[in-house]
Design a protein around this ligand. Structure first.
Ligand SMILES: *Cc1c(COP(=O)(O)O)cnc(C)c1O
Length: 426
C-alpha cells in the first residue's frame, strides 16, 4: 500500500506551505525507536525528534501501554465540573518537578494555546491588581512562541508574521536581540538600553516573555543564562510578570530538566509542551504561582477566562504522566550529556568549512548555521539518502534527536551533516 501523495498535494495543508506550489512531501508509514519507515521501505533516523517531541523515540512499549489502558478505561470526558486520575497524577508530577513557587497548573491542548493562556493570565492578573492599563508584552527579538494571535505578537517581528498581520496584532515591545553564545559576557551597555526601555514603558507592561537559554524556531540561538537573572531583576524592579516559554527547552533537552535551571531563575508563569507527552498526543501546560493565580481570580471576571473542550484529555494526560516517569527510568540526563559530548566532538569542527557560518551545541541540540539559505527540498533528499531525517529552515541545519539515540546512530547523523558541509563548501 502506498500513500496517495497526489491527494495530499491537492488537498492537505502542511505547516507553512503553499497550495499553489506545494513542497514535496515524504510518505512515512511507520515509526519505531529512532527510525521512520518511508513509503518505499527506506528507513531514516528522526534527528528532529519530530519537532522536539519524541524524546523516548517512537512506538515506545511503555507509552503504548499507557495509552491503550487509558483508552479502554476512558478516552475523554469534559473537564468542566469533572476531574479524573490521569489529570491529577500529571498535575502532581508537574508541580513536583518544577520550581516550588509554581503551584497552579492549567492543562492546554497545544503550545500556542498555553502561551495564549500565559498572556491572558498576566493581563487578568494586573486587572485584579487594579492596574488594567498593564496589558502590553515585552520580549527580545528572535523569539518564537507559536502561531495564534497573542503568540504571534511576541514572535520575532521580522521572522514572525508581523508585516502580514500588522493591522490586527497587539504591539509588543521588542527590546532588541540578545548576543549569542552561552559564555558570551553580558554587554552592559546593551543591558542598560534594555532596562531603560522597560523603565520607560513599565506603566503599560504586563509581562516579559522569553524562551530561556535557547531561542528555538526563531533562529536556534543560544545565549548566556546570566541574561535571565537580569530580566528577573528588571521584572521585579518595574512590576512586570515573567513568563518562561519552555515548550521547546523543557524536559531535559538543554541538559537541565528545565532550561531555567541554567540561571536558577524562577518565572511567574511557565509554559510547557512538545516533549510533555513524549510526542504521543498534543498537550501543553501553563503553570503559575499561588500569588499570580490569586491576582487573576481577583479580577472582575472572578475566574480565569479560558477552558478548551479537550482540556485535561485523559489519553494525553495518561501518556504524558507515563512519559515523565520514563524520563527518570531511562536516565535522561546521562543520555543528554552523552549526546552533548558526541555533538561537540563531531559538529564543532565543522566550523572549518567555508560554507559553514557557525556551529553550536547545547544539551541534545546541535545547530549548523550555513552562510547561505538552504534549499529545503534538496537538503531533505540529501539527508534521506544518508539515512537521516533533517528538515532545515533558512540557513539552519539543526538537530535535536531523541534522547535514546545511540552513538552509532548519532554518528550517522553527524556524518551526514559533515557531508553536507563538505558538499556546500566544495
Ligand atoms: C513549538 C513552540 C510553540 C508552539 O507550540 P505548538 O504546540 O506548535 O502550538 C511555542 N513556543 C515555543 C518555544 C515552541 O518551540
Amino acid at each position: 500500500m502506498t500513500i496517495d501523495t497526489q491527494f495530499d498535494a491537492n488537498h492537505l495543508w502542511h505547516p507553512y506551505t503553499s497550495t499553489i506550489n506545494p513542497l514535496p512531501c515524504q510518505g512515512v508509514k511507520a515509526a519505531k525507536g529512532v527510525r521512520l519507515t518511508l513509503d518505499d521501505d527506506r528507513e531514516v533516523i528522526d534527528a528532529m525528534a519530530s519537532w522536539w517531541s519524541v524524546v523516548h523515540g517512537h512506538n515506545v512499549p511503555e507509552l503504548n501501554t499507557a495509552l491503550i489502558d487509558q483508552a479502554q478505561t476512558m478516552a475523554h470526558v469534559m473537564f468542566g465540573g469533572i476531574t479524573h486520575e490521569p489529570a491529577v497524577a500529571l498535575g502532581k508530577q508537574l508541580v513536583n518537578m518544577t520550581p516550588e513557587p509554581l503551584q497552579k497548573v492549567f492543562l492546554a491542548d497545544s503550545g500556542s494555546v498555553s502561551v495564549e493562556v500565559a498572556l491572558k493570565m498576566a493581563i487578568q492578573y494586573w486587572a485584579g491588581k487594579q492596574q488594567p492599563q498593564k496589558t502590553r508584552m515585552v520580549t527580545v527579538n528572535h523569539g518564537y512562541h507559536g502561531d495564534t494571535f497573542g503568540a504571534m505578537s511576541v514572535c520575532d517581528p521580522v521572522n514572525g508574521m508581523h508585516s502580514l498581520f500588522e493591522q490586527v496584532l497587539p504591539k509588543s515591545l521588542f527590546l532588541g536581540a540578545l548576543p549569542t553564545g552561552y559564555s558570551t559576557d553580558i554587554d552592559e551597555t546593551l543591558a542598560q538600553q534594555f532596562e531603560q526601555q522597560i523603565a520607560d514603558h513599565q506603566h503599560e507592561l504586563a509581562a516579559f516573555i522569553i524562551e530561556p537559554v535557547v531561542q528555538g524556531a526563531g533562529g536556534m540561538r543560544i545565549y548566556n543564562p546570566e541574561w535571565l537573572k537580569r530580566i528577573r531583576q528588571w521584572c521585579d524592579r518595574y512590576n512586570i510578570l515573567l513568563i518562561f516559554d519552555e515548550i521547546a527547552t523543557g524536559f531535559g533537552r538543554t541538559g537541565k530538566l528545565f532550561a531555567l535551571e541554567h540561571a536558577e531563575v524562577v518565572p511567574d508563569i511557565l509554559c510547557l509542551g512538545k516533549a510533555l507527552s513524549g510526542g504521543y498526543m498534543t498537550l501543553a501546560a501553563t503553570l503559575t504561582s499561588d500569588a499570580v493565580a490569586t491576582g487573576v481570580c481577583e479580577s472582575d471576571a472572578g475566574v480565569f477566562m479560558h477552558g478548551p473542550t479537550f482540556m485535561g484529555n485523559p489519553l494525553a494526560c495518561a501518556v504524558a504522566s507515563r512519559s515523565l516517569a520514563l524520563l527518570v527510568e531511562t536516565h535522561w540526563s546521562e543520555n543528554v550529556y552523552r549526546i552533548e559530548r558526541h555533538l561537540k566532538t563531531q559538529l564543532l569542527p565543522l566550523i572549518r568549512h567555508q560554507a559553514v557560518k557557525d556551529v553550536r551545541v547545547l544539551g541534545a541540540i546541535g545547530v549548523m548555521e550555513m552562510q547561505a539559505p538552504v534549499d529545503v527540498a534538496t537538503a531533505q533528499n540529501f539527508f534521506i539518502e544518508r539515512g537521516v531525517w533533517i528538515r532545515p529552515f533558512g540557513k539552519l541545519i539543526y538537530i535535536m534527536p531523541p534522547f535514546v539515540t545511540d552513538n552509532d546512530d548519532l554518528t550517522v547523523i553527524t556524518q551526514a551533516m559533515r557531508d553536507f558541509a563538505e558538499m556546500k563548501s566544495a
